[in-house]
Ligand binder design. Structure first.
Ligand SMILES: [Fe+2]
Ligand SMILES: [Fe+2]
Length: 229
């Protein structure tokens, strides 16, 4: 049996099935632990692109690759390309809410401090135009949140903080190459980023999830997303 994550049901009106499932439990019917046969099996020592191919939703997979490719084609530094490739990584198979913070934390042990910082702050910067840098308030946000949406104080604060920071442009450029279109008819081969990843993302020898890093548990959660505990 697979119990949905509490946070995915909270506030949605979906019934909480925890109690009912516990009542249905028997020696023949236990909770999922380990490999879910409904999901592709991950390698023993998974690497970054294994998560892209075997776990991420189609939209996030394409979005991250398209953003990174756009930055690459624009002649940007590898630090910008890797930041674009990872900026929404938590949306792939973990969490959307507070995705800039979750994504930054997930990759922080493996990228430079600047790249992790830029990923964290892109969440806030997306709500504020910087026309000089080539970024307008996204039309998509008017559609997602309505034209009157005002981001909360902590996001406004993060924006002010980022503006005054020496790494502002690194984060701002993520928003510039953040592809709003999520273009369906443009497929980018993940393999072409192998070298950029090799130089800018420290793949642990034991594989992501098994290196004892402060975020290894987050990678394991994506490997085994249905574990009961
Ligand atoms: Fe984002
Ligand atoms: Fe994005």
């Amino acid at each position: 049996m697979i119990l949905p994550q509490p946070i995915s049901a909270l506030g949605t009106g979906l019934p909480n099935v925890e109690k009912a499932m516990l009542q249905r439990m028997s020696p023949e019917r236990v909770f999922m632990m380990g490999d879910n046969p409904a999901l592709p099996r991950m390698p023993k020592a998974p690497k970054l692109l294994d998560f892209f191919r075997l776990r991420f939703s189609e939209i996030t997979f394409r979005h991250l690759l398209q953003s990174a490719k756009t930055a690459l084609d624009a002649g940007q530094d590898e630090k910008i390309v890797i930041a674009c490739l990872l900026h929404d990584i938590s949306n792939g198979a973990l969490l959307r809410t507070e995705h800039g913070y979750w994504s930054a934390q997930l990759v922080a042990p493996y990228v430079s401090e600047e790249v992790a910082w830029a990923i964290q702050y892109h969440q806030a910067l997306r709500y504020f135009a910087d026309e000089a840098a080539g970024f307008r308030y996204p039309d998509a946000y008017n559609q997602f949140f309505g034209p009157d949406y005002q981001p909360p104080e902590y996001i406004q604060h993060a924006h002010r903080e980022a503006r005054a920071h020496r790494w502002y442009m690194t984060s701002r450029l993520i928003t510039v190459y953040d592809m709003y279109g999520f273009q369906e008819n443009w497929s980018v081969d993940p393999e072409q980023f192998t070298d950029v990843i090799g130089r800018n993302f420290k793949e642990p020898r034991e594989g992501l999830g098994f290196d004892g890093s402060p975020t290894a548990h987050m990678w394991r959660t994506m490997i085994w997303p249905n574990n009961f505990l």
